[in-house]
Design a protein around this ligand. Structure first.
Ligand code: NDP
Length: 237
């Protein structure tokens, strides 16, 4: 028995980390899953082979390509926008083009993908974007652009929930704290500092985030929309 048997799921940015865990979770529950990748074709191919999902090259920083990929999937039961990047450093020294690319991937892509998916999405559809606890709390320097992009997703969920609510479509943001991935490895140099903010003294696991995404995508969450769902070991508490 599965809530997702034969459901159509698109995960934007699914080749590695949290996205790959989300792909595995939906495949294990019988969904038809397509995911996008950009910089990691080998990881994408391996995951597609392992899970029987479909990998499609689409750079989330390329708006028109992204919209075309979403449109080409046809009616989606679930859209998960996971692709995200961080640019760390002194904002006075950073290349503005690099920062604009971060805004395109982390902020513009979720908006355009969600709107495009909504055109064909059936009643009861689900749109979930992976934000960050840094949308609420930014306790370290060097990540202002990242924090801005993740805070902006809160407005996306609140606004789009109003537009799509009459069709029974929900829009939610999942806000992880430190999760053990290539982006934030548990054995990295930031470990002690990261863990000092936590009540649960470890990084979270990608599968734990995937579990929250699955619940939000299922029938029990039909009244949950326009909301932020933090999974962070109390990083933001
Ligand atoms: P990883 O760097 O481990 O993986 C990022 C994934 O996003 C990869 O599959 C990557 O694919 C994809 N991606 C990145 N840029 C693009 C792009 N331009 N086009 C298409 N796909 C892209 O990151 P995480 O798994 O850790 O993070 C996933 C999400 O969770 C992000 O939005 C991140 O901000 C958020 N998050 C992560 C936290 C953490 O501690 N790990 C904490 C809070 C939030 P490819 O390599 O093929 O380009």
């Amino acid at each position: 028995m599965s809530d997702f048997k034969d459901k159509s799921v698109l995960v934007l940015g699914g080749s590695r980390g949290i996205g790959a865990a989300i792909v595995r979770r939906f495949k294990n529950e019988g969904a038809n899953v397509t995911f996008t990748f950009a910089g990691s074709p080998e990881a994408a191919e391996e995951l597609a082979t392992e899970t029987g999902s479909t990998a499609v090259f689409t750079d989330s920083g390329d708006r028109d390509a992204l919209i075309a990929t979403v449109r080409n999937q046809g009616p989606l039961d679930v859209l998960v926008v996971n692709a995200g990047i961080a640019v760390v450093g002194d904002p006075l020294e950073q290349d503005p083009d690099e920062i604009d690319r971060l805004f395109r991937v982390n902020m513009h892509a979720p908006y355009h993908a969600a709107v495009e998916a909504a055109r064909q999405m059936p009643e009861g559809g689900r749109i979930i974007v992976i934000g960050s606890v840094n949308g609420d709390r930014m306790p370290i320097a060097g990540l202002a652009s990242y924090a801005l992009s993740k805070s902006a997703l809160q407005g996306l969920a609140r606004g789009l929930a109003r537009d799509l609510g009459p069709r029974g479509i929900t829009v939610n943001i999942v806000q992880p704290g430190p999760i053990n991935t290539d982006l934030n490895p548990e054995d990295g140099p930031m470990k002690e500092m990261m863990h000092s903010f936590l009540a649960i003294k470890r990084h979270g696991r990608p599968e734990e985030v995937a579990g929250m995404v699955a619940w939000l995508s299922g029938p029990e969450a039909g009244f949950v929309t326009g909301a932020m769902h933090t999974i962070d070991g109390a990083f933001g508490a």
